[in-house]
Ligand binder design. Structure first.
Ligand SMILES: *[C@@H]1O[C@H](CO)[C@@H](O)[C@H](O)[C@H]1NC(C)=O
Ligand SMILES: *[C@@H]1O[C@H](CO)[C@@H](O)[C@H](O)[C@H]1NC(C)=O
Length: 397
């Protein structure tokens, strides 16, 4: 989706957002765009050299957002089908909102090392190795895919429902949003963001006096939303915590870094098992497991409504034989329940969607995804001999 001009009213533009737009598109592109604003000046040209080696994909100037949702299309192709489980992770004992385990004593679901956190480590390693080969300038598809997956997976790991396996990350839990039947996963992928775009303050349709921001916007429907994330978030409420988003715990075994690469590989293989849930993905520079923990915890704090496990909603669908049970509930509840067009838990309420909006939960996750993606890319690709200090936003990190 690319609109060459932005209407003066976000509202009219946002009304055209197709329902299919999702974290798979808008969320991922927002994360990628926020990341691009924070790249060291020496980094984007290198990323573009990797991405544009597949020239057939590129008819416009290079931008990370254009590849951010690629992995969701690719997984539907036979040769990439195996990458499906790389988009999420779930622990066997995890059952939000009742109990959140990450991973708990039961360990992880699925095949070992085939999950979003291991995927981030894996593709980062591919890109690190490519750094060594940069002289050959021969970028193969493997490296290009690794970069596209990295951009995508950093987004996925900031969607809390990609970190739980319960009911396929909430895909199987029907809920209602503003009277429309959806499911919990789609609500977080799509509807919360779409609602935010529809209700954004008009002042964000005007460019910000920040070239580093404006130069990375592409005239999309979500430009105003990104301006808000930057203005009120990165330069506002999160200004003083941005660098803490990038810290990793130093482990006693790893604090002696830098080590030669082969020793690091050994440490990943044999070290820090207890420190990162047995995934062996964290080190003191890049620690997706450590970053994921508070995001996963959101599932028990707010994402997974407790009502889904309580009478009226603790069943797949409402049928007439439920009437006996209804008699035990509060009459007011029953009235609003029977008045509604559908019988699913309504989540466009002050207690749920309102709280998520007021606490900036989605906005913080998207911003964290962008900042962390930028940090990983800067770490992988920034030229340490390039003394340009970078832009306003980078200096803040
Ligand atoms: C990444 O994962 C793929 C598929 O499992 C594997 O073939 C490859 O060796 C891994 N690469 C690294 C660097 O871990
Ligand atoms: C836009 O309006 C909101 C709400 O009044 C305000 O908090 C914000 O600072 C404004 N942003 C800009 C860029 O003027």
């Amino acid at each position: 989706m690319r609109l060459s001009t932005l209407s003066s009213s976000v509202f009219t533009v946002a009304a055209l957002i197709p329902q299919a737009l999702s974290w798979g598109v808008v969320g991922h592109e927002v994360v990628a765009t926020v990341a691009q604003m924070h790249l060291h000046p020496s980094v984007l040209p290198k990323l573009c050299a990797i991405l544009e080696s597949d020239a057939s994909n590129y008819d416009r100037s290079c931008h990370l957002a254009t590849v951010a949702a690629w992995a969701d299309q690719a997984r539907r192709e036979p040769r990439y089908r195996w990458t499906g489980p790389l988009h999420y992770i779930g622990a066997k004992d995890d059952y939000p909102s009742t109990s959140c385990a990450f991973p708990g004593s039961g360990g992880w679901e699925g095949r070992s090392h085939i999950n979003v956190l291991s995927g981030i480590r894996n593709v980062t390693t591919v890109l690190q190795d490519y750094q060594g080969d940069v002289a050959t300038a021969d970028v193969d598809e493997y490296v290009q895919d690794a970069l596209k997956f990295l951009i995508h997976f950093l987004g996925d790991m900031h969607q809390p429902l990609h970190l739980t396996g319960r009911d396929r990350g909430g895909n199987d839990d029907k809920v209602s949003f503003d009277g429309r039947v959806t499911n919990l996963h789609s609500l977080w992928d799509t509807l919360l963001i779409a609602q935010r775009l529809r209700t954004l303050h008009r002042n964000y349709t005007r460019p910000l006096p920040l070239p580093d921001v404006e130069n990375n916007l592409r005239g999309t429907i979500y430009d105003p939303y990104i301006r808000r994330l930057v203005w009120e978030g990165i330069l506002g409420k999160y200004e003083h915590e941005l660098s803490s988003w990038l810290t990793c715990p130093t482990t006693d075994r790893l604090h002696v870094l830098p080590l030669p690469r082969w020793q690091r590989v050994l440490l990943w293989l044999f070290g820090s098992k207890s420190k990162d849930g047995g995934l062996d993905v964290d080190d003191e520079i890049l620690c997706p497991y450590h970053w994921a923990q508070p995001i996963h915890a959101l599932n028990c704090e707010i994402v997974w409504p407790t009502e889904l496990d309580q009478p009226l909603y603790n069943r797949i669908s409402y049928t007439s034989h439920v009437s006996e049970e209804i008699s035990i509930v509060d009459v007011d509840d029953l009235e609003s329940f029977t008045r509604r067009k559908n019988s699913y838990l309504e989540l466009d309420t002050p207690e749920y969607a309102g709280r998520i909006r007021d606490e900036w939960i989605v906005e913080k996750l998207l911003t964290q995804g962008g900042i962390r993606l930028a940090a990983v890319l800067n770490w992988l690709f920034a030229d340490s001999t390039d003394s340009r200090s970078g832009n306003l936003l980078i200096r803040k990190l």
